[in-house]
Ligand binder design. Structure first.
Ligand SMILES: NC(=O)c1ccc[n+]([C@@H]2O[C@H](COP(=O)([O-])OP(=O)(O)OC[C@H]3O[C@@H](n4cnc5c(N)ncnc54)[C@H](OP(=O)(O)O)[C@@H]3O)[C@@H](O)[C@H]2O)c1
Length: 248
């Protein structure tokens, strides 16, 4: 099965790539740092005898996205699974004082993710008869379920992406293409480096296993770790007049 990973240098994406390589799938690893993506691809070729190609990809270079999807499809003979894994949390305080920083967070997590998903949707819809089992999986976050003062640029961009994926899921259904939203809690990656919390932090490998299992089972929305579904249910139930007073 040809698998395209966008944001392939992410720790979670690397663990997903290793899962698919071990299963004998063909990989196309697209990342902003093409040299690092090539290093990861070379490692998968040696470790798993995988067919893995690396390419440059910038989420904010919107115009380049359709050509990248076409190149990935040509290299692999189609795209069965596409995983949108990139993201940028940014620094909330810096984004509050410099809108260019906020814009970068919005463009990476929302506009860039939507842009590449639209290119994927167009490609998968056009190849619907040969590609009835296609999947687009977008990695979002539980932080997108409710706006909080501590991370609302990142949270709102990811929350918007989750809503976008929900709409895309309905649109692509008639083409036989499944769209999965993975809403992750804390995972031990550079994104959470130095985070002090009493809430359990998952390993990237465990998150990758949950995501690939979710794709196999055609889940609509996956919360991982699973307890976050109940945590967010409770958090969303707090009345706004109380919630706005909490320092969260
Ligand atoms: N870790 C968590 O606790 C957590 C929780 C919820 C959701 N998530 C989501 O999980 C996904 C994977 O993140 P991670 O935890 O594995 O963190 P990570 O290792 O820091 O990965 C983030 C990735 O995003 C890429 N990226 C940033 N801006 C980009 C751009 N303009 N174009 C292309 N790629 C870009 C980075 O590329 P460079 O290597 O070039 O910087 C990096 O590969 C993200 O969508 C993140 O929002 C993570």
């Amino acid at each position: 099965m040809p698998v395209l990973i966008l944001g392939a240098t992410s720790r979670i994406a690397q663990a997903i790539a290793a899962e698919y390589a071990a299963a004998g799938e063909t990989l196309y690893l697209a990342a902003r740092d093409a040299d690092e993506a090539e290093r990861i691809a070379a490692d998968l070729r040696v470790r798993h005898s995988a067919t893995a190609t690396a390419a440059a990809f910038d989420a904010r270079d919107f115009d380049s996205h359709p050509a990248l999807i076409a190149a990935a499809a040509e290299a692999m003979g189609g795209i069965d699974i596409a995983i949108v894994a990139f993201g940028e949390t940014g620094e909330q305080k810096e984004s509050e004082s410099d809108f260019r920083k906020a814009l970068s967070v919005i463009e990476v997590n929302y506009t860039g993710a939507v842009s590449v998903c639209e290119a994927l949707a167009a490609h998968m819809a056009a190849h619907a008869t040969e590609n009835r089992s296609g999947v687009i999986a977008g990695i979002s976050t539980v932080a997108g379920d409710r706006g909080r003062p501590s991370n609302y640029f990142y949270g709102s961009a990811k929350g918007g992406f989750s809503l976008y994926l929900q709409g895309l899921r309905g649109r692509m259904r008639r083409h036989g293409v499944h769209v999965m939203t993975a809403k992750l809690g804390f995972v031990d990656t550079p994104m959470t480096y130095g985070l002090k919390t009493r809430i359990p932090i998952a390993s990237p490998e465990a998150a990758a296993r949950a995501i690939t299992r979710g794709i196999r089972r055609r889940k609509d929305t996956l919360y991982y770790p699973r307890f976050w579904r109940f945590v967010m249910f409770a958090i969303k139930a707090i009345p706004e007049r109380l919630f706005k007073r909490l320092s969260v």
